[in-house]
Design a protein around this ligand. Structure first.
Ligand SMILES: Cc1cc2nc3c(=O)[nH]c(=O)nc-3n(C[C@H](O)[C@H](O)[C@H](O)COP(=O)(O)OP(=O)(O)OC[C@H]3O[C@@H](n4cnc5c(N)ncnc54)[C@H](O)[C@@H]3O)c2cc1C
Length: 412
């Protein structure tokens, strides 16, 4: 089976974008350039973009691209969502807007769709697709990031549900999320096998936003620290099977990392355009700075990084989509157990995530240098791009952890 998935991915011609995907790209591009990008500076200064952006994005169908029409979605596929992630960045939506919308569509709602019951689809996914409820994913804790198995938020079983105590940190959308797809320990000494997911709702007594965190970039997205004191969560909010949450995390990570890679690909494309146009216009010593070999070479190198990142990422996307199709045709699809069919893509996704996140930081830094003093100023958005990009090698699994995964894949 595994070999079939690999072949399907490898033999696919160009990236799996059809005309329909390209039309979507144009629609997203237009929306970002007219309704998002002009407000980015204001939202960055306010430290949040308006909540209405979710309802507007929902109106245009962007929050439900890959979800079924019966749930209010567009009935599309993962490639539609891939276009969404890449084009938000390429059109200049800023890291903060990309993160806030992306955490909702890309990391918090997918597990509700995949592992959720019909009742959970109705209560959480449908309103999330409509932009009426904002979603967040809560895995990281003050004492546990990369080492997911060591989370300490505890869910004690009681008749009819669970009592949750603990804390989460660095949660994107954490401050205004209406529900949190939350990793908890249901078997305290169970390691990986002791993790489950509960959907916590903001109005549940004992659920508190303890802090909105200040950060280097992504200013318009909210990043929250949450605490739970004896939060009573009913059984019907258990997502997937008890003690099987680690598989949910692993599956979710693959898509999250691919989305981050796509975001970096979009961001690098945008930065390159800025650099090329600036180098053609800005003059020094009687000629455009693009006429200096030093500047030309920087741009050439940035262009190669952007292309390599794109090739790796589209390759991983092809593999991912092929694996999803195979899994859907052989398993039950929604709510099915994590499938070995999806596993071959992990190495490809890991490589794409690892390479693109560091490349994007380097490209942003070089482009800032090309713009000289203007690069350091707010108005060109390049200093923001650099600050935003710096999260890439940390979030969604650090670059050191990516290298560990790849090292193990090589048998080390
Ligand atoms: C802006 C932002 C938004 C985020 N959004 C979310 C969110 O929505 N939901 C969520 O759950 N989390 C979120 N995170 C958390 C993010 O996923 C973690 O920060 C990340 O997984 C790393 O965990 P950590 O910060 O605890 O670092 P640690 O795990 O403490 O790592 C510290 C350092 O040690 C290194 N290290 C750790 N283990 C190893 C190892 N085995 N080998 C080599 N080096 C190692 C790391 O690479 C890193 O350099 C967000 C983080 C940020 C900054």
């Amino acid at each position: 089976m595994t070999a079939v998935v690999r072949d399907t991915g490898e033999r696919a011609t160009l990236p799996p974008f059809t005309d329909e995907h390209e039309q979507l790209r144009e629609t997203i591009d237009r929306w970002v350039r007219t309704e998002v990008a002009p407000h980015v500076d204001e939202w960055e200064a306010a430290r949040e973009f308006p909540r209405e952006l979710y309802t507007r994005a929902a109106e245009l169908g962007f929050l439900g691209l890959k979800y079924p029409v019966e749930l209010g979605g567009q009935g599309g596929d993962y490639v539609h969502d891939a276009v969404w992630a890449e084009q938000l960045a390429a059109a200049g939506a800023s890291g903060g807007v990309g993160a806030g919308l992306g955490a909702h569509t890309g990391i918090a709602t997918p597990p509700v769709y995949r592992f959720g019951s019909p009742d959970q689809h109705e209560r959480f996914l449908r309103p999330a697709i409509a932009g009426r409820k904002i979603a967040a994913l809560g895995i990281t804790e003050p004492g546990a990031g990369s080492d997911v198995a060591s989370i300490r938020t505890e869910a004690r079983k009681v008749p009819g549900g669970y009592v949750v105590n603990g804390a989460k940190t660095f949660i994107t959308n954490g401050v205004r999320a209406d529900f949190l797809v939350c990793a908890v320990k249901t078997t305290p000494d169970g390691g990986h096998q002791g993790i489950s997911f509960l959907i916590l709702e903001r109005e549940m007594p004992g659920y508190e936003v303890s802090r909105k965190l200040e950060k280097m970039g992504w200013h318009s997205s909210d990043t929250g620290e949450l605490s739970f004191s004896d939060v009573e969560v009913p059984d019907e909010n258990l997502l997937g099977e008890e003690n099987r949450g680690f598989y949910l995390i692993m599956e979710n990570f693959a898509w999250e990392r691919l989305l981050m890679a796509l975001g970096a690909v979009g961001a690098m494309r945008r930065l390159l355009d800025i650099a090329i146009s600036y180098a053609g216009e800005r003059e020094a010593f009687g000629r455009p700075i693009g006429g200096f070999q030093a500047i030309r070479h920087k741009i050439a190198e940035a262009g190669v990084k952007a292309e390599v990142g794109r090739a790796l990422t589209y390759h991983a996307l092809r593999r991912f989509v092929a694996g999803e199709k195979q899994a859907a045709s052989t398993a039950a699809g929604v709510g099915s157990a994590p499938s070995a069919l999806r596993l071959p893509t992990i190495a490809d996704v890991t490589k794409a995530k690892l390479y693109t996140q560091r490349a994007c930081v380097e490209v942003a830094d070089e482009v800032l240098q090309i713009l000289g003093g203007y690069g350091y100023m707010r108005e060109y958005g390049v200093e923001r791009a650099l600050r935003d990009a710096r999260l890439g090698p940390i979030g969604g699994g650090t670059e050191e952890v990516m290298k560990e995964i790849l090292g193990r894949q090589l048998g080390l």
